[in-house]
Ligand binder design. Structure first.
Ligand SMILES: Nc1ncnc2c1ncn2[C@@H]1O[C@H](COP(=O)(O)OP(=O)(O)OP(=O)(O)O)[C@@H](O)[C@H]1O
Ligand SMILES: Nc1ccn([C@H]2C[C@H](O)[C@@H](COP(=O)(O)O)O2)c(=O)n1
Length: 221
């Protein structure tokens, strides 16, 4: 029997990663942070001097990406990069490489391989529309761009020097535009997704809503 998948898609800063991590821990399931793969590819491209528009070279790099996920640690080509891939610059690079069809194709099987018993919580942009279209519970998590920028600002202000709310808002809007307008696997809700706007909800309230959907579908086993 194949493992059950719950997908959580949505724009940057909507809380996907936080909620997916909490949900996977609560259910005792595996976790796929698909954005990390695109971030790793953009980061590795920088290390290898590959231009972020060079689709052929990026496709080859994606197919051979030497990456290990060890708990919360991410090792790329032997070096720990867990924190290095989390800044907005790498996020913007990830969004650029993610617009290339050959890159998406090269990463597809790698993402599907995360589907293992007892279950998988997968977060990203196209988890419910392309990677796991048969998932029995799909969540599309949003929040206003202003709220997402505010959350990101709170997350970064003590860690990154010179971080500014207006520039974070600009970056979030630019990334939304690129992720939603690209030709291949654009960010959009799957037709059967549950849409949740978390602008006015706490993390606990979002979790409560999703857990009630899990219970009503009897997915937790
Ligand atoms: N409902 C919420 N209320 C308040 N803060 C939240 C909520 N959800 C998430 N956050 C906070 O917002 C920040 C961004 O959340 P998170 O990294 O999970 O977003 P994301 O959608 O995974 O972003 P990205 O796609 O860029 O990785 C974190 O600091 C997180 O704690
Ligand atoms: N399934 C996915 C996941 C991510 N991306 C791209 C688009 C994002 O802007 C970028 C970084 O993702 P994040 O870590 O911020 O979730 O990667 C995608 O196209 N498809």
């Amino acid at each position: 029997m194949t493992a059950v998948v719950i997908t959580i898609d949505g724009p940057s800063g909507s809380g996907k990663g936080t909620i997916a991590g909490l949900l996977a821990a609560k259910l005792g399931w595996n976790l796929l942070d698909s954005g990390a793969l695109y971030r790793l590819l953009a980061f590795a491209a920088g290390n290898h001097g590959i231009d972020l528009t060079n689709e052929e070279a990026l496709k080859t790099l994606a197919a051979h990406l030497d990456v290990q996920f060890i708990g919360k640690r991410i090792i790329l080509e032997g070096d720990e990069v867990t924190d290095d891939i989390r800044n907005e610059q790498v996020g913007a690079g990830a969004s650029m490489v993610a617009s290339l069809p050959a890159v998406r194709e090269a990463l597809l099987q790698r993402q599907r391989a995360f589907r293992e018993a007892p279950g998988l919580v997968a977060d990203g942009r196209d988890m419910g529309t392309v990677v796991f279209p048969e998932a029995p519970l799909k969540v599309y998590l949003t929040a206003s761009a202003e709220e997402r920028a505010r959350r990101r600002y709170l997350q970064l202000k003590d860690k990154v020097e010179g971080v500014s709310l207006p520039s974070l808002l600009d970056e979030i809007r630019a990334r939304d535009e690129r992720d939603m307008q690209r030709a291949v696997a654009p960010l959009k809700p799957a037709p059967d997704a549950i849409q949740l706007d978390s602008t006015e909800l706490s993390i606990e309230q979002v979790m409560e809503r999703i857990l009630s959907e899990v219970a009503s579908r009897d997915l937790a086993g």
